[in-house]
Ligand binder design. Structure first.
Ligand code: FES
Ligand code: MG
Length: 580
């Protein structure tokens, strides 16, 4: 049979360029695959579904994804497709140094090439830990096959001494308590074993849960699935349905670009504000938009959310955890609450509109998910975007995780060139610092570190901790863990290492943070700043080979999503030339 047609007039599937070939190449493509024991007819022109799994034992949050993949395969077979699971680079937050963010783009580059080079007609992305979700989605966006995301689900709530404790958030809290001498070594070590009790990703509204909810809000994850715990049988049922659905999406030619529209991003940004999502979502959504070709700016994250209140009471901003959120009804309830602010006609991977997806959503716990009339916090408490002389291309701050009394603050800067210098100084009992000091840590941006680590919620100086100070203004060109909290100005752009004003600030300078007016300013006269700029010497490069070199030479600033400049955009799914 001519592999370019199936005789029905429908466009032939991409995979038939491999498996439908009647000559020598087709022999090769099929024969070696047969060693896995597939029945003869799997090559008959049915949709071939790639299951891109970021499973790894080095990524504990994703260590169960092979089980999720097994459930997806059931659905694919059932719907008449041919599933093929394969590994994509896995990035685990708890172990990788200097930061997984250095490698998000490498995962995206690797998976993009795998998707294009193989006989795939559509793909199911399996991810969970922070960078695996955006990294796989960026890859898929640059190929634009029918694409469906299934995240691995959160861990069960941590349980410690009779109360719930949350991934990350309580680590920051306990370690400060420990440094202040208010928590014993025994309790500290007991908390360690009580926090991570099951398979799954962080169960606070950190970056992993945020990105899971955001992918549901974008419409690339099935409605109601983001919050289901990793160990809940309903996650595997949802994965089976996802397997069926990807086959239908291929048959309908529902490509990722038809789902990831500007409307989808607007929905996701608004949902992110309502759930109290991670500041990291800003960087990841900008990068995904850059891949799929949707216009999105840093300022959009503020202007699009000016009317969106905080509806979800989850740590780090609030009290509860993802398990509670799931049982309360999850993302569909939030989207139903936000109906007046969302694009309800947007068609998602379910094959239905947002309106249809959320029609039956019901809230089962109003303590966990508030209403627009009675929100957890008023509009404007999500991630705001600041501009000013200290951040000409912007910076972000998560209001719900900050202290209200510090949102308008003028203080004297105490500046550190590296996080390591600060960590040493922060233990100094004689450090010249007060609760009004503005802590500045620089050279922790995309190029400067390199890799843009989560060091922006720097620990409070021990001297102040012992006085009972729990928060102060901190400014950096770094990120902060989505599970972190505090009055932390993050993602300052341009970063210090490329000559941004953050590189020119000196200890003793006055800094003004003015969140109501969305400003971040260095209160130093312009001639003095100009003189410092003229004398500024760029920091030396820390590496001259390998991935880090490629990264530093091409990485973009935080306001653009921190992708590599040559990876933005799409190359589509054009079939490459033959290998033999
Ligand atoms: Fe993997 Fe938090 S460490 S999700
Ligand atoms: Mg993280």
């Amino acid at each position: 049979m001519d592999p370019t047609t199936d005789g029905t007039g429908a466009a032939p599937l991409r995979s038939q360029q491999w498996f439908g070939d009647t000559g020598r190449n087709g022999f090769i493509h099929r024969s070696w695959m047969r060693n896995q024991g597939f029945a003869d007819d799997v090559f008959d022109g049915r949709p071939v579904v790639g299951i891109a799994s970021t499973w790894s034992e080095l990524t504990p949050c994703n260590a169960h994804l092979q089980e999720v993949a097994a459930a997806v395969k059931r659905g694919v077979w059932e719907a008449g497709g041919f599933p093929l699971e394969f590994p994509a680079m896995s990035l685990g937050e708890p172990l990788m140094r200097p930061t997984t963010m250095l490698y998000r783009n490498l995962l995206a580059m690797e998976l993009e090439e795998l998707l294009r080079a193989n006989p795939l007609d559509g793909v199911v992305l399996l991810a969970g830990c922070d960078k695996t979700t955006p990294g796989t989605l960026m890859a898929a966006a640059s190929v634009d096959l029918p694409t469906l995301m299934i995240t691995g689900g959160p861990m069960l709530n941590g349980k410690f001494q009779g109360r719930d404790i949350g991934s990350g958030t309580d680590v920051w809290r306990f370690s400060e308590e420990r440094r202040a001498g208010r928590m014993s070594a025994t309790d500290y070590s007991m908390a360690e074993s009580c926090m991570s009790r099951s398979r799954g990703h962080c169960m606070t509204m950190g970056t992993a849960s945020t990105m899971a909810c955001v992918t549901e809000a974008l419409g690339v994850q099935l409605p109601g699935t983001a919050a289901i715990p990793a160990v809940d049988s309903r996650r595997y049922a949802a994965a089976q349905v996802g397997g069926r659905r990807i086959v239908a999406m291929i048959n309908e030619d529902q490509r990722l670009s038809t789902v990831l529209t500007r409307e989808a991003f607007v929905n996701a940004i608004r949902v992110n504000a309502a759930i109290g999502g991670s500041t990291n979502a800003v960087v990841h959504l900008l990068a995904i938009a850059g891949r799929i070709g949707v216009e999105l700016s840093l300022a959009d994250f503020d202007t699009l959310t000016s009317e969106i209140p905080l509806l979800v009471d989850l740590m780090p901003s609030g009290r509860f955890l993802m398990e509670d959120f799931a049982y309360a009804g999850g993302v569909p309830v939030v989207m139903k609450e936000l109906s007046d602010h969302l694009n309800l006609d947007h068609v998602t991977v379910s094959g239905r509109s947002v309106r249809d997806n959320i029609a039956d959503a019901q809230c089962w716990n109003r303590e966990v998910i508030g209403t627009v009339e009675e929100p957890i916090q008023p509009a404007g408490s999500g991630t705001v975007v600041l501009f000013g002389s200290l951040a000409p291309r912007g910076a972000v701050l998560k209001v719900s995780a900050a202290s209200p009394e510090l949102l308008s603050h003028v203080g004297t800067a105490l500046v550190f060139d590296t996080i390591e210098e600060y960590v040493v100084a922060s233990e100094d009992p004689d450090l010249d610092v007060t609760a009004d000091t503005v802590l500045v840590v620089r050279n922790a941006g995309p190029k400067g570190y390199p890799g843009f680590p989560e060091v922006g919620n720097v620990p409070i100086p021990k001297r102040l901790l012992e006085q009972g100070v729990l928060d102060m203004v901190r400014i950096s060109d770094a990120r902060m863990s989505g599970t972190g909290y505090g009055t932390c100005v993050l993602h300052v752009a341009p970063e210090a290492a490329v000559g941004g004003p953050l590189g020119l600030i000196r200890t003793g300078d006055l800094v003004r943070l003015d969140v109501p007016n969305r400003r971040l300013d260095l209160l130093v006269d312009e001639p003095e700043v100009a003189a410092r700029r003229a004398a500024w010497v760029p920091p030396g490069r820390s590496t001259d080979r390998g991935w880090a070199r490629l990264y530093v030479e091409h990485v973009q600033q935080a306001d653009q999503g921190v992708d590599l400049d040559f990876l933005t955009g799409s190359s589509g799914s054009t079939i490459p030339r033959h290998s033999h």
